[in-house]
Design a protein around this ligand. Sequence first.
Ligand SMILES: Nc1nc2c(ncn2[C@@H]2O[C@H](COP(=O)(O)OP(=O)(O)OP(=O)(O)O)[C@@H](O)[C@H]2O)c(=O)[nH]1
Length: 425
Amino acid sequence: MLRSSTSRSAAAAQGSIMLFSKTQKPREYQNRRLDALAEPPEVGHELFVGLSALRDTLSSRHHSRDFVFAHARYLRSRVLALGLIFALLSPLWIVVDSLVLPAELLRYTLVGRVVLMLGLVGVLLLAYLNQERIRRIRFSAGMLLALPASFYLLVLLMLPSEHVPNLVGYGFIPFLLVAALSVFPFTLLESLLAGLAMLALLAFAQMIDGSWMTGRGMESLWLLASLLLVSLAANHFQLSLLLRLYRQATHDPLTGLFNRGALEVHLAKVQAWQRETEGEAGLTGSVPCSVLMLDLDHFKGINDSYGHSVGDRVLCQFAELLVSQTRRHDCVARYGGEEFVIILVGSGQARAMEVAERIRYAVEKSEFTDHDGRVIAVTASIGVTRLQQDEPPQASLRRADEALYRAKKEGRNQVAPALEPPGDI
Ligand SMILES: Nc1nc2c(ncn2[C@@H]2O[C@H](COP(=O)(O)OP(=O)(O)OP(=O)(O)O)[C@@H](O)[C@H]2O)c(=O)[nH]1
């Protein structure tokens, strides 16, 4: 059991603040792979399905790493669905071509159609085989639009100008592709870029067929630009809804921290990363990681004395304190009620005990307040355990909970280590 005197705690807190400062450069084993772990959430950050979400739908710059993965999975399902439709339409189109196009035009389009169909099958395979590769999924989504557009461009380039007016049924390709943009949860910048490319393609086609700057040509351009605006609106609402649903599914609405479900996913991810990096960067075993379980002491008393809404306020202040006391790659979650869990990435048992003690001290010294600014005395008990890479995620939570129970039993406002198997500490 670890319960330091105030001065020792202050020294430990100061020392550990230096050790774990957010401005400190990551250690060597916190390498690029750590980026695959989600960032701590911004406490109190809200996402709305409206204009305020524009920042989040304009580009993926502000998306968390975790959402980028969820987004890519969603994108992949759209690529598979639309890719299948395009791949099925392609041979059907050969039949339509042979019915409506003059025979001499078929030799310009037939080979291109077959190549297009093969390309679409390739895109489908790429998306199907790469479930977790974000870049490949994005690439396949781009190719799904680029392939038909390139096919149309090639036909226009190859076709002798006297045959262009006979090219029936091709002028709608830019329109179809701009409409298809609305099916994907693309960011606004991605869609805008693709839409501008389609407008350029249509303008090029008009220059070739002679309708550029004519009334008919202007009408087509205007129609395509309007369609692009509608697709952009659809992208915005689709992506912001996706962001909001994702956030609701993975975050606690009161504190903004990760919820229990997201925590379990994170635990499994950290363990997978431990296994992956075993023996790397001069480590003899895997990267040490730890789990802290924290519980506010006599929280029922706070609810009873000050009311439930002040209890909620204390929970939010506690959540903010936990985020401020941990690093970017640590995961802070609300486990339920007044229980919280922190995964410390790259910290072994000894370091985790120091962090836990620093948090305990910070809670004791922090000024939690009610709605009128009156100070409420708050303390927390903490159980600490090391995360083993090959155990079920629930096992580490159970050990941390047992340690927390001991901390409570010993008088609360304590940090207690779990009883680890010998040699694991
Ligand atoms: N305000 C508020 N209270 C909550 C929330 N979730 C759980 N609680 C309350 O948290 C209290 C937990 O009480 P106990 O399990 O008895 O724990 P405790 O009073 O903190 O006592 P110890 O943990 O033994 O120190 C209960 O009164 C719950 O109603 C919440 O979201 N908001």
